[in-house]
Design a protein around this ligand. Structure first.
Ligand SMILES: NC(=O)c1ccc[n+]([C@@H]2O[C@H](COP(=O)([O-])OP(=O)(O)OC[C@H]3O[C@@H](n4cnc5c(N)ncnc54)[C@H](O)[C@@H]3O)[C@@H](O)[C@H]2O)c1
Length: 306
């Protein structure tokens, strides 16, 4: 068993189930002490159940590791602040934050209610912002007090829906896009304090992907390699939490199966220029030849994945 994270302290949000739970077990196996945050909510963000986080803590302790439950809504300001403080008070510091908690309320824009939009954006985007804010304050204070960089690792969980849109998930896709820009900004700000921040866009079989029409694509195959087994994405999260990844910051990765894909930063495809001030007519004259060759974009995030 690798002990790369011996002595490190990790906070993982939404760690009572799914990928978060598996991150908690893996980082604990690697020697980290874990704060297991979870609200115990349903996939659609309803209800609360402390027993899920408690069960993960019990499993880590039974295997000889160290963990503590933090029960609560990660998007709540005071709760998110208390989450980071729990790591400091219980284990003496904070080295790793994996932002992971999430819910789904899928509908097209025609049918989406105000609360479906607000709750999904809140849990994902504000749920990434709040713990990140208090973790960054802690890391900056520690770095200034010690006069040297800290070992800070922030890993965010986004989705390919946040890169290219998803017609049936406008709330989720918008929140996941926000998570990317939030985290890349943190990466730039925190580099001088020794903190890295990266974003992973995973594909894995959890209750989230086994609910609704995507379920057929995430099934475990009867034979052969299990492409959507969650075990395929865990090592990248763990690697980006480890001391070995100190030069990797400000990047976006897609992970599933046997591949890790580094996503290129958005680039300019073509530049149109004017000699004076644009008129609508001149824009049409300069741009039409390009868009005669290009189709309107009609594909968002869809399955089966390419
Ligand atoms: N599974 C995939 O293929 C996939 C793909 C892209 C992105 N993701 C992202 O990965 C993350 C984990 O998803 P999962 O598939 O493991 O889902 P999951 O439903 O199995 O787990 C989500 C966990 O978050 C917790 N949670 C929900 N709201 C919370 C809140 N306000 N505060 C604290 N905890 C809360 C839930 O109780 C649950 O334990 C999510 O951010 C999801 O959007 C997953």
């Amino acid at each position: 068993m690798s002990q790369d994270l011996e002595g490190k302290v990790a906070v993982i949000t939404g760690a009572g189930d799914g990928l978060g739970k598996l991150h908690a077990l893996k980082l604990a196996q690697m020697g980290a002490s874990i704060v297991v945050n979870d609200l115990g909510a349903s996939l659609h963000g309803e209800g609360q159940d402390k027993s899920k986080a408690d069960a993960v803590v019990a499993e880590i302790e039974a295997a000889g590791g160290k963990a503590v439950t933090h029960f609560g809504d990660v998007a709540d300001w005071e709760t998110g602040k208390a989450l980071i403080q729990t790591a400091i008070d219980t284990f003496g510091g904070l080295d790793i934050l994996i932002n992971n908690a999430g819910i789904l309320r899928d509908a097209t824009i025609f049918n989406m209610s105000e609360s479906d939009f607000d709750s999904v954006v809140r849990v994902h985007l504000k749920g990434h912002f709040v713990p990140s804010k208090f973790a960054c304050i802690h890391w900056r204070e520690k770095s200034k007090a010690e006069g040297k960089p800290v070992h800070g690792r922030l890993v965010a969980t986004s989705s390919e829906a946040g890169l290219i849109g998803a017609p049936g998930q406008p709330n989720y896709a918008a929140a996941k896009a926000g998570i990317i820009s939030l985290t890349l900004g943190i990466a730039q700000l925190m580099l001088k304090y020794g903190v890295t921040a990266n974003v992973i866009l995973p594909r894995a079989r959890t209750r989230m992907t086994m609910d609704g029409p995507t379920a057929q694509f995430f099934q475990k195959p009867e034979a052969g390699f299990d492409t959507f087994g969650p075990e395929n994405v865990l090592p990248l999260f763990a690697y980006l939490c480890s001391p070995q990844s100190e030069r990797i910051s400000g990047y976006v990765f897609i992970a599933y199966g046997q591949e890790v894909r580094l996503v290129r930063r958005p680039t300019v495809q073509e530049t149109f220029t004017t000699d004076g001030v644009w008129s609508v007519e001149e824009l049409h004259e300069k741009m039409a030849p390009t868009f005669e060759k290009l189709e309107p974009v009609k594909d968002g995030f869809s399955f089966p994945p390419g």
